[in-house]
Design a protein around this ligand. Structure first.
Ligand SMILES: Nc1ncnc2c1ncn2[C@@H]1O[C@H](COP(=O)(O)OP(=O)(O)O)[C@@H](O)[C@H]1O
Ligand SMILES: [Mg+2]
Length: 237
């Protein structure tokens, strides 16, 4: 579903060029729930934005659903993103002047499509916001806002959901609500999920945990591996 090869990215800071991704190779299966953990500044968000076609790498290739992303121009990337990818950001990024309902259907409108009333209602129920569709973002808790953001990311039924620290601003109870929700979409809709977090509690929901450090993948572990518990324990500390 996702294939990344030799991915490099750098930023310019004045006259200096700072490498951020230093050659990332990564393969994610259809229906996998993968979590990327790692220290702040290690390049997790940069990688996720590249996967979502929001930015372009210095070199390397990204295949999403067998289609090469990095050779496309911005317009083509946007079209591909709208088709294949749903994005959830740490700070929700809801549009403040739109209601919950309007926020959720926004990606369809941006794409010139009409929302099916049944689909929107089903999604509203799935994220437990049935009675909230006429509310505005500022009338919701952080957890509720993040659930709107997740519904918005899923309205066009993308093959891949990319979530950047989706529980980063939430307390433990609201975090588990969001993670249970992602786990449900993963199980019931076979959604491929790539979630960035630095919370090991959140990482525990994934099939595979990838440790990112200093712009490269340092280690990874699958749930079925013998050293899975040891791996978790090492980073819980
Ligand atoms: N737009 C940008 N311009 C310059 N430097 C950036 C930019 N975005 C990120 N960086 C730098 O790249 C590094 C990795 O950032 P990021 O991908 O956000 O890390 P993480 O999500 O793991 O915390 C950091 O050192 C950050 O300062
Ligand atoms: Mg980040």
């Amino acid at each position: 579903m996702i294939d990344v090869a030799g991915l490099k990215k750098e930023y310019k800071a004045g006259s200096e060029v700072v490498p951020v991704l230093k050659g990332v190779d990564l393969s994610i299966e259809e229906g996998e729930f993968v979590c990327i953990i790692g220290p702040s500044g290690s390049g997790k968000t940069t990688l996720l934005h590249l996967l979502g076609g929001l930015d372009t790498p210095a070199s390397g290739a990204i295949h999403l659903n067998r289609s090469e992303l990095t050779s496309k121009n911005e317009k083509q990337r946007t079209i591909m993103r709208r088709k294949e990818v749903g994005l959830v950001f740490q700070n929700y990024q809801l549009l403040p002047t739109l209601t919950v309902y309007e926020n959720i259907i926004f990606p369809l409108h941006a794409d010139g499509k009409k929302a099916s009333e049944g689909d929107v209602q089903m999604l509203l129920e799935a994220v437990d916001l049935g009675g909230f569709q006429k509310r505005f973002p500022h009338e919701l808790s952080g957890g509720q806002q993040q659930r709107v953001a997740i519904a918005r990311a899923l309205i066009h039924e993308p093959a891949i959901l990319l979530a950047d620290e989706p529980t980063g601003n939430l307390d433990r109870q609201r975090s588990s609500d969001i993670l249970d929700l992602l786990a449900m979409f993963h199980q019931e809709r076979k959604q491929t999920i790539v979630m960035v977090t630095h919370d090991m509690f959140a990482a525990g929901y994934a099939d595979r945990i990838i440790l990112f450090k200093d712009g490269v993948i340092e280690a990874e572990v699958k749930r079925e591996d013998d050293d899975y518990a040891k791996f978790l324990a090492r980073f819980m500390a």
